[in-house]
Design a protein around this ligand. Structure first.
Ligand SMILES: Nc1nc2c(ncn2[C@@H]2O[C@H](COP(=O)(O)OP(=O)(O)OP(=O)(O)O)[C@@H](O)[C@H]2O)c(=O)[nH]1
Ligand SMILES: O=C([O-])CC(=O)C(=O)O
Ligand SMILES: [Mn+2]
Length: 600
């Protein structure tokens, strides 16, 4: 048996951290323990090791300097919602929206998996800070992992290393807490894989997966599941939202936060490039964040938001110079690609990329692009991702580093809905807006394992990420309702389809036309028609200069289908009822009021 590799002088003064690292080492039995300082030298050494053992493949240095391809285990390519648990003392506190296990049982099951699992491996201790290192809105954690790939990704996605450790120690010595995340790739066996959260203990245990959302514990596990739980008791919001800044020709900037489910357009909207005419007129869009938003009311009653992340873990397929030129520019160097295809000259490739021919698919098998499309499948996995520092993004806003965050003017909810849901509508008030978020539906995507394209309720895009009972979560949202200065709430759908199955709205840069309307509504100077579901613009309320929409598109994007909505609202009522008496009465009353207006 290996000696327990606890260094004589662990580099921390914080007893709680020292003790936890020792306990984990005693359980997992690594050959060595490495405390990450986040330095360039440390990163270079880790990368060199991973290149040597094949974990990373060097990409073409001329076209993609300092960039790498990682091929995951083929069974480990997405989040695993069926294996993800929230372990609260009372099952009701996790709610019907989560898989639940009693904490004792969860720990026992996980500790059995972790027992001795790091033998022959190095254990890395990663102190990290979610959010700007000097922001009062930021929160810290420590991830312990046996995966150097996780270390390299956490270094991009969070503020990781010495500065984070200093903050953790300062806060810890003053009685503050940090989130403890324990991760091992284990054997990458899908039958021995669990992602467990213990929100009451600020603890995460993740075993058996190396995939981003399961293994980079700062992201979904901490910044959403644990943080949403913390935010509830501390009076703030932790949300699955992008944040963008929109500067109009008058030089005013409005910040907008938008919640879309996984692979439904957050990264794309966050990096939007205005259409030609808008650029000429002086519109500018800047990026604060593309996936997670932490918001808290300021002294003036407005919500102030930070992006807790430092990088983007974005969907590669579909990213092109046409759809998202900012993302493409961001990932030209210093990027880790996971599960993309590869060209003969060592460039990353995915479906939708302009140009290039894949010679290998994401598994590393030779790829014959001339074979019939039906027989060859995609070269990149549909959930192939890039990991890259936000600082490389041409549209990244300096305000993203601001410790006080940015004031939010509008909150946008949106899903992938082929039918019924119009391009945009505005909620009547905060309570109605919370219902709009709670009632969100979307067709499933490749970001999680399971069937794709199935419509499911995904309230506020948080179905996979809310660390507590949705009924309590909606009540928490409603509790903000008497704060003056709150943002207006909207709903959008970029994914409405015509009878031919094609998207009716051009999307991407043209989404700015919808945002322009929202900002005008915030300022009180844009038209709309009132309907039971909210205020809907007429086509002429939006600037559609240069957009060619046919009659079908106009009718469906700006139309209101009363019978369809009556059915939808009946379904929303059933959904709310699944939560029993815990569901806030105000939300049910709002649903009943609208259903009645719809004639139901
Ligand atoms: N039709 C259409 N497709 C879009 C639009 N915006 C994004 N998409 C597509 O939606 C897919 C996912 O977009 P992303 O921006 O990566 O989604 P995301 O919400 O950031 O995803 P996560 O990282 O999983 O949270 C890509 O294939 C995009 O090309 C749009 O406005 N219209
Ligand atoms: O969590 C992940 O792996 C990627 C992501 O952003 C999502 O699925 O929403
Ligand atoms: Mn996401």
């Amino acid at each position: 048996m290996n000696a327990i590799a606890v260094p004589q002088h662990p580099p921390t003064r914080l007893d709680e951290l020292k003790q936890w690292v020792e306990d984990v080492a005693r359980l997992t039995r690594p050959d060595a323990i490495h405390w990450c300082d986040g330095s360039d030298a440390e990163n270079a050494a880790l990368i060199a090791n991973m290149q040597a053992d094949g974990t990373l493949i060097k990409l073409n240095e001329k076209t993609h300097p300092d960039s790498w391809l990682h091929r995951s285990h083929p069974d480990d390519v997405a989040r695993v919602e069926h294996l993800t648990f929230v372990c609260t003392r009372h099952a009701d506190d996790a709610g019907p929206n989560n898989h639940w296990m009693a904490p004792d049982e969860g720990h026992a099951q996980m500790d059995a998996l972790f027992d001795g699992c790091m033998r022959g491996r190095t254990m890395y201790v990663i102190p990290y800070c979610m959010g700007p290192i000097d922001s009062p809105l930021s929160r810290c954690g420590v991830e312990i992992t046996d995966s150097p790939y996780v270390v390299a990704n956490m270094r991009i996605m969070t503020r990781m290393g010495a500065a984070a450790l200093a903050r953790i120690e300062r806060e810890g010595l003053a009685g503050g807490a940090f989130v403890k995340g324990l991760h091992s790739i284990g054997e990458l066996d899908p039958n021995r894989r669990f992602i467990m959260h213990f929100p009451e203990e600020l603890t995460i245990k993740s075993y058996g997966s190396g995939y981003g959302g399961n293994a980079l514990l700062g992201k979904k596990c901490h910044a959403l599941r644990i943080a949403s739980y913390q935010a509830r008791s501390e009076g703030w919001l932790a949300e699955h939202m992008l944040i963008l800044g929109v500067e109009n020709p008058q030089g005013e900037t409005h910040y907008i936060a938008a919640a879309f489910p996984s692979a439904c357009g957050k990264t794309n909207l966050a990096m939007l490039i205005p259409p030609e005419g808008y650029r000429r007129d002086g519109w500018k869009v800047t990026t604060i964040g593309d996936d997670i938003c932490w918001m808290r009311p300021g002294a003036d009653g407005r919500l102030y938001a930070i992006n807790p992340e430092a990088g983007f873990f974005g969907v590669a397929p579909g990213t092109s110079s046409k759809s998202n030129p900012n993302a493409l520019a961001t990932i030209q160097n210093n990027t880790i690609f996971t599960n993309v295809g590869l060209t003969a000259d060592g460039q990353p490739w995915w479906e939708g990329l302009d140009g290039g021919v894949p010679a290998y698919d994401w598994r590393g098998h030779e790829y014959d692009s001339s074979a019939p499309a039906s027989s060859r499948g995609p070269a990149a996995h549909p959930n192939a991702r890039f990991t890259v520092s936000a600082k490389q993004c041409p549209s990244y806003s300096p305000m993203a580093e601001h410790p006080q965050g940015v004031p939010i003017s509008a909150i946008v909810f949106g899903g992938r809905r082929a039918s019924l849901v119009p391009l945009v509508f505005e909620a009547r008030d905060w309570t109605h807006g919370v219902l709009v978020g709670a009632a969100m539906g979307s067709e499933t995507t490749a970001a999680a394992t399971g069937a794709v394209g199935v419509m499911r309720r995904d309230p506020m895009a948080m179905k996979p990420f809310c660390g507590y009972n949705f009924a309590d979560y909606f009540a928490h949202w409603l509790s903000f309702g008497d704060v003056a200065g709150l943002p207006k709430i909207f709903h959008v759908n970029w994914f409405r389809k015509g009878d031919d199955g094609k998207f009716l709205w051009p999307g991407f840069g043209d989404n700015l036309r919808v945002i322009e309307w929202m900002i005008a509504r915030v300022k009180g100077d844009a038209g709309a028609q009132d309907t039971p579901i909210g205020a809907l613009p007429h086509a002429h309320d939006l600037n559609l200069d240069g957009v060619d929409l046919g009659d079908e598109a106009r009718a469906k994007l700006f139309g209101f289908d009363e019978a369809g909505w009556r059915e939808e609202f009946a379904g929303i009522g059933e959904f709310l009822d699944e939560y029993g008496p815990r569901m806030p009465a105000a939300l049910k009353a709002e649903q009943a009021r609208i259903l009645a207006e719809l004639g139901g």
